[in-house]
Write a new protein. Structure first.
Length: 266
């Protein structure tokens, strides 16, 4: 059983411009039943109930404010035979889930732009994320990644639809810039280890380059961009800095700490 309160901010974009920030506050609890099918894999089924408040923090209220209860059922499976949670030299990590949303929060405030906003109250979504590494030699590694999701013909309201942007999910776009009910992204590239930090500080120092391509099925067609990053394994987790250049001329630079090669669904 799990429970808690989570607060985060979600930007809303019109084209390339961020026009608003929404504050999302979820408080709730859930229970899971799981089974380890082997030391590399597990399956979980669970129920979650939460209260959601979504309000405009700053900017134009182009989405309505929400408040109320959310309930969902979720089936999730994980397979992991990689040899490192940060920068593996080999192995596959795959995580998939199917969520059936029973209730969503209700609209409590609208503007003229959102007066016709009528979200579905029940829908099902499915999403999968996977990445694979193959060691060529002690320095070089191949990588491949794929993400995909669908709402089975429905159009879930934010924040229950898929948010794209950032490394391996159209890196030339801002995180959360693309919101969609269906998407597919594939990536492939190479990683090289340049050296190692002293053991008291961390692990390897890597450089990577990869090509991302796919579609959000939102009428914009195929998207593609080339990304590169410097990654340092530290005791606090991977530290990375890099950038992406889109084939449509878009560019973005990012610096952060956390798993660059995603091991979960967002």
């Amino acid at each position: 059983m799990t429970g808690g309160i989570l607060q985060n901010e979600a930007p809303v974009f019109v084209g390339r411009e961020a026009v608003a920030d929404y504050r999302l506050t979820r408080s709730g609890a859930g229970v899971d039943i799981g089974y380890n099918t082997g030391y590399r894999s597990e399956v979980r089924f669970g129920y979650q109930a939460a209260n959601l408040q979504a309000s405009v923090k700053i900017g134009d209220p182009i989405l309505p404010e929400l408040e109320g209860g959310e309930r969902l059922l979720r089936l999730q499976g994980i397979f992991d035979d990689q040899d490192s949670p940060m920068i593996p030299s080999r192995g596959l990590y795959a995580r998939g889930r199917v969520s059936h949303i029973l209730d969503v929060a209700t609209v409590v405030s609208t503007s003229p732009e959102t007066a016709a906003f009528t979200p579905d109250s029940e829908f099902t979504t499915a999403e999968i994320a996977a990445n694979w590494f193959k060691e060529i030699n002690s320095r070089w590694r191949l990588l491949a990644a794929a993400d995909g999701g669908t709402a089975f013909g429905k159009n879930p309201p934010p924040p229950n639809n898929f948010a794209l942007g950032g490394p391996f999910r159209f890196g030339a776009y801002n995180v959360g810039e693309i919101r969609t009910s269906d998407y597919l992204v594939g990536s492939g590239g190479i990683v090289r280890e340049f050296g190692r930090l002293p053991e008291v500080l961390g692990g390897g120092v890597f450089g990577g380059t990869w090509l991302e391509t796919g579609s959000a099925f939102d009428g914009e067609g195929l998207r593609a961009n080339l990304s590169t990053a410097l990654i340092v394994e530290t005791l606090l987790g991977p530290l990375f800095a890099g950038g992406s250049v889109g084939f449509d001329g878009r560019t973005r630079i990012y610096i952060g700490m956390g798993r660059l090669f995603d091991r979960g669904l967002r």
